[in-house]
Write a protein that binds this ligand. Structure first.
Ligand code: ADP
Length: 484
């Protein structure tokens, strides 16, 4: 990996704007999922570093939170500029530790940076209210104030965007942050920290703990009395543990958890749009996103028309190392991810599903999995209830709109849903009946900084991005002025 800015490859723990080794000298390996090679040995943070990071953030909070918003805004803007200026290096770092194709990595750097830009702007618009008082001798005013030290725990599938979408609003609001990135992809987080320090962020405002000791570090972050807020993106299973731990000190929390996105192809859909939307949503990041389509429901009377167009489009997807420019699907993240996909496919075929495209490891070996289509799926199969997190299209049929809505809502999750129809009244009725936080209508890509991202049901709560994103990092203080 040849970076034009070698200072972006950092391997220390980032506390108080300093790069530190672990006190006990421990490190861990970061590997390239495309070929298993060692990318870097990274310091492995444990309990002492976690406590040190929390204390640094607590100390920095007093001055960071009371700076004029315009100053925080200017620093965030400078950080945004540096991220954009280093897009190519950051993208290469991302593809090397995470595996996604370079074009997707570049897209994520720009998307990730957009949260820093957006919240640099929003920093100056954290307004309170002056409320008409029922008592002529009193006045009622509200302020929004930063909540305090924030712990952010993030996953490996978007090693930059899942971090910036939390720390952008946190820093804008005046909070300070301790980030624990996924152990599979710490290098992007560390590169972001290096750029934050170059942008002039004061010591202690942002701290990053690379570690393989997620459970013990997570326990401290979610129970320490100096941490006021926990923001987590990851599995529902881990989210439940963190929520329970955070209850011990009643921390404010936001959870962006698993999804099980349905995509409905109605019989009046524009088939080309539906194919393009399904491919875009399903195969991005080799199917490893929480808003990836997990279940494709096709109305019976257009089933063959849709599949005749969809199948060749899936078969045309090219699998390989993300640094090759012709590749659309990189490797899966690790051997466990491959095993999970294989287990879900064999459970489904045991119950009557039929693999019509792909279905196995790619001939080039390693962690590369073929783009796959499996038809004749039904609700008894595990892949209808769990996130597949791989390049597999599971196809189901339905006959009526009521049936489609019931099937789509038949899950504990409620993150994203998609459908395709050219009838406006049908579109609005479907959109209103789908129990999801986000709905893509004739569209497979829905994530924008300007729009609120988040789920309902066991997909979590809180909204990231948009004008709502900052609400998770402030509390409303009410002032009652009497004796007037
Ligand atoms: P994924 O399927 O994306 O790996 P996880 O929920 O396992 O989902 O991981 C998301 C993030 O949560 C990662 O940073 C991981 O290290 C962290 N994590 C996993 N288990 C725990 C835990 N018990 N406490 C704190 N963080 C955890």
């Amino acid at each position: 990996m040849q970076l034009s800015n070698p200072s972006l490859l950092q391997t220390g723990i980032f506390i108080n704007n300093q790069w530190l080794p672990a006190a006990n000298g421990h490190t861990f390996r970061v590997e390239n999922p495309a070929n298993g090679s060692l990318v870097a040995e990274v310091a492995n943070a444990g309990e002492p570093e976690t406590l040190q990071a929390i204390e640094a953030a607590e100390q920095a909070f007093a001055s960071w939170s009371t700076r004029p918003a315009k100053e925080r805004s200017n620093m965030l803007r400078q950080w945004f500029n540096l991220i954009i200026a280093n897009t190519n290096d950051l993208a290469l770092l991302m593809t090397t530790e995470q595996g996604k194709p370079l074009s997707e990595s570049k897209g994520e750097v720009v998307y990730g940076a957009s949260f820093i830009e957006w919240f640099a702007e929003e920093a100056r618009r954290v307004y309170g209210d002056v409320v008409p008082s029922p008592d002529p001798h009193k006045r009622i005013i509200t302020l929004k104030q930063p909540i305090g030290v924030v712990a952010a725990i993030t996953p490996w599938n978007f090693p930059i965007a899942m971090i910036t979408r939390k720390i952008g609003p946190a820093l804008a609001a005046g909070c300070t942050v301790v980030v624990k990135p996924a152990s599979l992809t710490p290098l992007c987080a560390l590169a972001l920290a290096e750029l934050a320090s170059s942008a002039g962020l004061p010591p202690g405002v942002l701290n990053v703990l690379p570690t393989t000791q997620s459970a013990s570090v997570g326990k401290i972050l979610t129970t320490h009395p100096m941490v006021s807020k926990v923001s987590f993106t990851g599995s529902t299973q881990t989210g439940k543990i963190l929520m329970e731990q955070a209850a011990s000190t009643i921390k404010k929390i936001s959870l962006e958890l698993g999804g099980n996105a349905p995509l409905l192809v109605m019989n009046d859909a524009d088939i080309q749009k539906a194919v393009a939307g399904a491919i875009a949503s399903k195969y991005r990041n080799a199917g490893q996103t929480c808003v990836c389509v997990n279940r494709i429901y096709v109305q019976s009377d257009i089933y063959h028309r849709f599949m005749d167009a969809y199948t060749p489009a899936v078969q045309a997807l090219k699998v390989g190392e993300g640094t090759r420019s012709d590749v659309q699907i990189g490797p899966l993240i690790n051997a466990d991810a491959v095993k999970k996909v294989q287990k879900l496919l064999s459970d489904a075929t045991d119950k009557g599903a039929v693999i019509t495209t792909g279905g196995r490891l790619d001939p080039q070996g390693g962690l590369f999995f073929q783009p796959t289509i499996i038809e004749n799926c039904n609700s008894s199969m595990q892949l209808s209830q769990e996130e597949i997190f791989g390049p597999v299209s599971a196809i189901y049929r339905f006959t009526t709109d009521d049936e489609a809505v019931a099937l789509a809502n038949n899950t504990i999750f409620g993150l994203a849903a998609y459908f395709f129809s050219e009838n406006i009244s049908r579109c609005l009725h479907l959109a209103e009946r789908l129990q999801y936080g986000m709905v893509g209508i004739n569209e497979g890509l829905i994530s924008y900084t300007e729009a609120p991202f988040g789920g309902i049901k066991q997909s979590g709560f809180g909204r990231e991005g948009s004008k709502y994103g900052i609400d998770d990092y402030v509390f409303v203080k009410y002032l009652c002025i009497g004796g007037l």
